[in-house]
Design a binder for this molecule. Structure first.
Ligand code: PBG
Length: 345
């Protein structure tokens, strides 16, 4: 004997026309209905290159990541190439630092050396070089300082960033990626590259880069923590979405070839808006703190590493990013390979 409520429920459910669960019934149907794909070639692996030899030093706050000397970098990069990872993004830790960050444009610095070595070893691998001063300045800011006030000077920083970009292009970088958030940096670098004969070297602009707490582990890895103050006078306020779109539009006007939103997971709305407004390839940077936070929970047994990582990456793709810079690049490429073998989702 059915109650009145049960009878009513039965009538309405048998009348249901739309049953999205029909397409979720089996793994094969779910694969067929899958809207977003994640491939190893869409992943970019950040790598920290140090001056010196025989160094492979694990980074405490980023389990699974290391700082590499150039001679030890090759083996790591071979693995990434074998797994089909799309590109690497190089950061440098120089032997010495000064107020201007002059080690940044030293052709014998760790990044130019690494570029030359990798180009010999795996010529087809796409090498992206991050262009900034913060790893090279003794004060850790992304530009040069006003002696009197300590403020980061915009226009005085531009020619230095241009020198760094040209040094990396001279060494053979496939793409340069300015991340200092100085106004006009894309135009300044474009002009300098062209004059130096690097018309074909594209610029991946860190177009919308927020002043995020989630860069903490990176600053340990790259030894680039500001000696005083913070980066809020040049990086975006996390509260400002419209301003981010303005930054992106300016970089497009200045000649950027690819755009970046950074961080990724907390800024999916910005990724989506940039995707809808612009046609250039869009890159999202899943930053050190996003990786570290997830990995910390994994270490405690609170999250499943593979599922959480792949979910965080597919969400960034779904929001509209074409490519993802991520510390999970190697692991994710391996998981994706396994999945294509066993057909799992
Ligand atoms: C350099 C730079 C930073 C990151 C990429 N390029 C640090 C910063 O702005 O302080 C952060 C990357 C990460 O957290 O993974 N300006």
């Amino acid at each position: 004997m059915l109650t009145t409520i049960e009878r009513t429920t039965e009538r309405t459910t048998t009348a249901l026309v739309s049953r999205p669960r029909r397409l979720r019934r089996t793994p094969a149907l779910r694969r067929l209905a899958c809207e977003t794909e994640l491939r190893a070639e869409q992943l970019i692996a950040p790598l920290f290159v140090m001056a010196g030899t025989d160094i492979a030093r694990p980074i405490g706050s980023m389990p699974g990541q290391s700082q590499w000397s150039v001679d030890r970098l090759g083996a790591e990069v071979d693995e990434l190439v074998d797994l089909g990872v799309g590109a690497v993004l190089l950061f440098g830790l120089p032997a010495t630092k000064d107020a201007l960050g002059s080690a940044g444009w030293d052709p014998a610095g760790p990044v130019p050396q690494a570029i030359r070595a990798l180009k010999q070893r795996t010529p087809d691998l796409v090498i992206i070089a991050d262009v900034c001063l913060c790893e090279y300045t003794d004060h850790g800011h992304c530009g040069v300082l006003d002696d009197a006030t300590g403020a980061v000077l915009n226009d005085e920083t531009l020619p230095l960033l241009a020198r760094v970009a040209v040094a990396y292009a001279d060494a053979g970088a496939d793409i340069v990626a300015p991340s200092a958030m100085m106004d006009g940096q894309v135009a300044a670098i474009r002009a300098a590259l062209d004059v130096a004969g690097h018309r074909e070297v594209p610029i991946l602009a860190y177009a919308a880069k927020f002043a995020s707490a989630f860069y903490g582990p990176f600053r340990e890895a790259a030894d680039s923590t500001p000696a005083f103050g913070d980066r809020r006078a040049y990086q975006l306020d996390p509260a400002n979405g419209r301003e981010a779109l303005r930054e992106v539009a300016l970089d497009v006007e200045e000649g950027a070839d690819m755009l970046m939103v950074k961080p990724a997971g907390l800024y999916l709305d910005i990724i989506r808006q940039v995707r809808d407004l612009h046609t250039l390839p869009l890159v999202a940077y899943q930053v050190s703190g996003e990786y570290a936070a997830q990995q910390a929970a994994v270490e405690r047994g609170w999250l499943d590493e593979r599922r959480a990582a792949l979910e965080s990456l597919i969400a960034i793709r779904r929001a509209g990013a074409d490519l993802i810079i991520t510390y999970y690049a190697k692991a994710a490429a391996r998981w994706l390979q396994e999945r294509s073998v066993d057909g799992r989702r």
